[in-house]
Design a protein around this ligand. Sequence first.
Ligand SMILES: Cc1cc2nc3c(=O)[nH]c(=O)nc-3n(C[C@H](O)[C@H](O)[C@H](O)COP(=O)(O)OP(=O)(O)OC[C@H]3O[C@@H](n4cnc5c(N)ncnc54)[C@H](O)[C@@H]3O)c2cc1C
Length: 500
Amino acid sequence: MEIPIDDELKRIAKGEILSDTWSREIYSVDASNYIIKPSVVVCPVDKYDVEKICKYCFSKNMPITGRGAGTGLLGQSLSSNVVMDFTKYMNKIIEIGDDYIEVQPGLVKGILDRELKKRGKFLPPDPASSNYCTIGGMIANNSSGAHCLSYGSTIDFLQEICIVYSDGTTGIISGNNKSEDPKMKTLLRLLSPLIHIIQSRYPKVNKNSCGYRLDAVINDKGFSPQKIFAASEGTLGILASAKLKILDIPLHRHLMLLGFKNLLSAINTVPLILQYSPVALEMLDHTIISLGERDNPQQLTKNSGCLLFVEFAGDRIEDIDRKTHLCKDGLSGKCSIIESASDESTITKIWEARKGALNQIMKLTYGTRKPIGLIEDTVVNPYLLHAYTQYLLQTYIDNKLEYVVYGHVGDGNLHTRPLIDIDSKSETDLIERIAQQIFNRVIGIGGTITGEHGDGLGRSKYIPSMYGNEIYSIFLRVKEIFDPTFLMNPGKKILLNSRV
Ligand SMILES: Cc1cc2nc3c(=O)[nH]c(=O)nc-3n(C[C@H](O)[C@H](O)[C@H](O)COP(=O)(O)OP(=O)(O)OC[C@H]3O[C@@H](n4cnc5c(N)ncnc54)[C@H](O)[C@@H]3O)c2cc1C
């Protein structure tokens, strides 16, 4: 008689194995609308546990999906097979160096932030979910946040990765080209002759989490194989630890909160503000402002139809003062300055309002009518953002949809959610149709369909139209190098042979 998988796994692994109904219910959801119950959840205690579990699952042809905090917005960490949770045991800081950290994947970003702050350091990518999300999830989604504008996304900080492949073997992959891992040599052989195609087919945007980031792996700076795992959503292997670059916290900051009469007048000023090199340029629309004011009537937004958050930072106070004054002069007559602050407590308080945006938006849920996040993360060149936003709003108006818009406008990265009744076939068909239409527009003007939230279950099917068949066929070959039997997080990124 065959022994059940959970009993076998209990025998093989030191970590916890959960297969009771309650645990499987808990792990059946993330921050998306999908619900998929795993057959078993494993919580490994170390890399050796991960290797043993992978080896066993490989022998049984059983897919594995890694999981951090489950805050992914597109169903990335959901699976009906084995889910591997890193938050329980593999959640430690291994080392903090002068300019790098080495961490386990289940470490919560907010905990890392607090440790680094004591040393005057920081890891810049700052998702609004940073109080919960893990470094493993951030690498796998190539997460970013408000300060990506000047510092970059997680991929830009990834130096080295320890990865366990589907068969239980391990590779240490770093950016110094010295990796002995045969898979990296195969990857280099595959990509080297394609460098020009790759560089010409990728969007020239500040942030991108769509597909595999081949443009960051091979370019005129060289070969950075560790970056193939950023944005890969755990589809190439399980991340057991990672080294990331860290920076010194800038000595001075200044944050302005600007009120505009409406969304389009605010977005119209984005190119002007970018001239002064802010480290962050963010936006909230009228609906989100109203939801915030409902909770906190003291909030001073001066009846604004739209808010922009503009931060300057650096080590020379004179530079920040100069930029702030020039920016205020340039904006004269275009908006009201609601707040202009240099002290940390005011700056933190103002940023909290921006960070809480998605939580506010979810309050618009009424029964089966929800703010739906399929087209919620497009990026276009910020100089084209005004025209693109006009197109987006007109599409909503033409289709009589209520909506919210917010996001990282300095990067040209709009988060937007129309309100849809998910039980209505005509409304779900409509959102699919609109998504394809909006994505075609974004791709046509050289943007990306996802800047930071990733593809997951919701958007993977749009990857071929994003990059074209030639690049997609390279993605398939990349997948075959790392995961030839398609066992790593099926149903995400590559849709062939997938068993979600
Ligand atoms: C309220 C809210 C606000 C958000 N704001 C932002 C934002 O500002 N910017 C942003 O970029 N994102 C944002 N997100 C999205 C999300 O929080 C981030 O993508 C986050 O980094 C995901 O981390 P996680 O630990 O929750 O990962 P999970 O959702 O658990 O997993 C994400 C992906 O990582 C993979 N994974 C996790 N660990 C491993 C591992 N060890 N090995 C292999 N694969 C692994 C999973 O399989 C999955 O594919 C937000 C989400 C919410 C709910």
